[in-house]
Ligand binder design. Structure first.
Ligand SMILES: [Ca+2]
Length: 383
């Protein structure tokens, strides 16, 4: 939905950004073959494929980020480590904006991190996602992108409905992919958000590498206030590690539905998705020793330990591996589920029990809706 890649490639051909070739030649992406240095000036942009897209150029950083020693150091690192042009980065960061709204918002939410989940917490979280907009939207998206979802499911061993569950929670299938410029988001969080500045500076480094390898003007992409991009809201480091070109056009484009489908499936596969295994199981028992166990994603228990605490799977489990205890606080009661390894895989996308449960429930609801429309599960083409 965000077609800047082709325009950026054109821009690369129109703007030269440095009068001198770089001392450290950046590595070209697999899709771009650099010309030898002896070629004429006419084709010079190919010497440094897309390294200067946007035509930014300045002797020093001006604007919101003028006089930030940490940014000067970061730019120097990008020059020395990755062969970026210093004046290009000075120009790029001269037009980066400090997003005070983001800093205020995070200061508030950091305060709210403390404390255990409150009564009804799951009920409230669930109601944001388990609705017709997300479920019907998933069914429609499945029908539109049936071939790509089937191919991804077969290639990566991840059911289509879980790819859709992620896209439902993240962006409602591209309905809202964020409107913050990624360069503003990551510069603000990298240099003005002390608690996680190091993390976001690393993401900024990955973002600049991504922009260069894909031929994108780094001033153009928009995403979440934290710099997450596209239908699956990949952070730049996730892009570099797990994004795939799934429509075969030679580019990895997180805003393209097919590339996003393949990338989410690859993310799950690389994080250990076990095809055919369940995500959660219901429980029964006396729960007499429940207080001796810690719910959440950081602790896992063998079935024997759970049995000693008065908890067992409600049906046949067939699980010979440790399980996590998933606490869901409904409005009127607390519910305990058993989280299988696939539950943990979903939390690698977002480290939250509620997040993984919403993805799981949406996956099931979207699958039911799709099967009703398709008429028969045999038509789904799942593996
Ligand atoms: Ca592609």
């Amino acid at each position: 939905m965000f077609k800047f890649a082709a325009a950026a490639a054109l821009a690369a051909a129109l703007f030269g950004c440095a009068s001198e070739p770089p001392r450290n030649q950046p590595r070209a992406s697999a899709a771009v073959k650099p010309n030898p240095p002896s070629q004429s000036a006419h084709i010079r942009p190919d010497l440094r494929p897309f390294a200067c897209v946007g035509g930014y150029r300045a002797g020093a950083v001006s604007g919101d980020y003028a006089g930030y020693p940490a940014l000067t150091q970061f730019i120097e690192q990008m020059v020395q480590k990755h062969g970026f042009d210093r004046e290009y980065l000075n120009g790029l960061f001269s037009q980066a904006k400090r997003k005070q709204w983001t800093l205020d918002y995070l200061a508030k939410s950091d305060q709210g991190l403390k404390g255990k989940p409150s009564k009804g917490g799951w009920t409230r979280y669930r109601s944001q996602f388990l609705d017709a907009r997300h479920i019907d939207g998933g069914v429609a998206f499945w029908r539109t992108h049936q071939a790509a979802l089937q191919r991804a499911s077969q290639q990566y061993g991840v059911p289509a409905e879980y790819i859709l569950g992620i896209m439902a929670v993240e962006t409602t299938f591209g309905g809202f992919v964020g409107n913050h410029r990624v360069i503003d988001a990551l510069t603000t969080l990298g240099f003005d958000y002390q608690r996680r500045g190091e993390f976001f500076r690393s993401e900024l480094e990955s973002f600049l590498l991504m922009a260069r390898s894909e031929g994108i003007d780094p001033g153009k992409p928009v995403g979440s206030f934290a710099g997450a991009m596209g239908l699956g809201q990949f952070m730049p480091s996730s892009f570099l590690q797990w994004a795939v070109d799934f429509n075969g056009d030679g580019r990895r484009d997180l805003w393209n539905p097919e590339d996003a489908i393949g990338s989410v499936a690859n993310y799950f596969a690389q994080h250990g998705w076990r095809n055919g295994q369940p995500v959660v199981s219901r429980t029964r028992g006396s729960y007499s020793g429940i207080d001796s166990l810690e719910p959440g994603i950081d602790h896992e228990y063998p079935l024997g330990t759970l049995a000693q605490a008065g908890i067992e799977p409600a049906g046949h489990c067939g699980c010979d591996y440790p399980l996590r205890l998933v606490l869901l606080r409904h409005q009127s009661n607390d519910e305990y589920l058993l989280g299988h390894p696939n539950f943990y895989v979903i939390t690698r996308y977002n480290h939250s029990t509620h997040y993984a449960m919403a993805v799981h429930e949406l996956a099931q609801a979207i699958k039911s809706g799709y099967q009703r429309l398709a008429g028969s599960p045999a038509n789904l083409g799942e593996n």
